[in-house]
Design a binder for this molecule. Structure first.
Ligand code: DP6
Length: 352
């Protein structure tokens, strides 16, 4: 595990020039402390609200993109297994976007290795599309800086825009006016200044089963039908401003309180959707109770949940084992692991 968590996020590497034969990149998942939920433009993946996350030091995705001469179908393999269906469609659409920008017609062979244990409840789309963006931009010679890589990763999966950076990152929603090109330019992630928090995220996997509703569909339904979506999006602006201030002063209690209320609010928007989307399970609530007990015992521990029943508990690194123990006791059948702040996406190498 790594311990750095300052604003000095590792850069995703220098701009790449000229198409190479292959490039390999590595990226880590991130967990949002201020959530992204809802797109104002599905094609460009523009969110309604800005979000803020911590990139983790566990479960990297490594992706190699190799160019083949001539056009034709891209091939994509995930952990050695050919991708099909929606995954293949999303990766191919992403590569097509890169090709259009590069003015290239060359097809790609993509090999991705995910280290997230199956069903660990950590989305692999953030690390996956961040690694793919960095590798594909290099191999097709797009010459992008970190902001450009973040914008590009966003087109694959919104949360991937944040995994381009290490530590804490904010993804700007961008202005809601102007042309599509201006809107695209305004929506990217960048590192967030933070004082020394020494944080950990205790990840409690309470249910490794597949989602009943995809997060894309759940977001759409929430935006279209939930009367709570608007108020949550508005209060999220205050949450973000307060979160940035709390990070700057290194106030882990404030960071945790804001993250917890923002996540619970996001789930409230889904519960009010028609029909309701409910990702939280009885085991989720059991973990939330254990987090409350920890707080009553004077431990700074705060929960956040994404599009699933699993819980991530923010705490001080010094308290992480105690928090992990309390969570393990609460859900004896679950899997509990401790993560810290991790690095941004980076290029590993390229060759012919
Ligand atoms: C609940 O980034 O996976 O984890 O843009 O449709 O690919 P798409 O969605 P994705 O959504 C993440 C939603 C979330 C909150 C967050 O990470 O901010």
């Amino acid at each position: 595990m790594r311990s750095e968590h300052s604003a000095a996020a590792p850069s995703p590497g220098p701009p790449e020039r000229g198409a190479a034969g292959s490039a390999t990149a590595v990226a880590h998942p991130n967990i949002a402390l201020i959530k992204y939920w809802g797109k104002r433009d599905e094609g460009l993946v523009l969110p309604w609200t800005s979000s803020l996350s911590m990139t983790l030091d566990v479960f990297p995705t490594t992706t190699r993109v190799r160019l083949e001469s001539g056009s034709g179908h891209d091939t994509v393999a995930l952990n050695g297994v050919p991708a099909t269906g929606e995954t293949l469609r999303r990766v191919t659409a992403f590569l097509q976007l890169v090709r259009e920008r590069a003015g290239s017609g060359r097809r790609a062979v993509v090999e991705t290795h995910n280290t997230v244990p199956t069903g660990a409840g950590l989305a692999s789309s953030a690390s996956g599309f961040a690694a793919l963006a960095v590798a594909a931009a290099a191999v097709y010679g797009l010459g992008l800086d970190a902001g450009g890589l973040s914008r590009l990763a966003r087109r694959g999966s919104g949360s991937a825009s944040r995994s381009v950076f290490g530590g804490f990152a904010v993804w700007h929603a961008g202005a809601d006016t102007g042309t599509a090109a201006e809107a695209d330019l305004g929506s990217y992630a960048e590192p967030v200044p933070a004082a020394d928090l020494d944080p950990a995220l205790v990840v409690a996997v309470v249910d490794a089963g597949p989602k009943t509703v995809s997060s894309r569909e759940a977001m759409r339904r929430t935006v279209d039908t939930s009367p709570l979506f608007g108020p949550w999006a508005v209060s999220g602006k205050d949450d973000l401003a307060e979160m940035r201030a709390a990070l700057r002063r290194g106030d882990i209690d404030a960071v945790g309180e804001i993250a917890e209320r923002n996540a619970l609010g996001m789930h409230a928007t889904m519960l009010a959707a028609r029909p309701a989307v409910r990702y939280l399970s009885p085991a989720t609530v059991t973990v939330l109770d254990s987090v409350l007990r920890l707080r009553r015992d004077g431990i700074a521990a705060y929960a956040t949940m994404d599009a699933g029943p699993n819980v991530k508990v923010l705490c001080r690194r010094a308290d992480a084992e105690r928090v992990a123990g309390a969570v393990r006791d609460a859900v004896p059948g679950g899997t509990v692991l401790v993560a810290g702040p991790g690095p941004g996406a980076r290029l590993l190498g390229e060759g012919a």
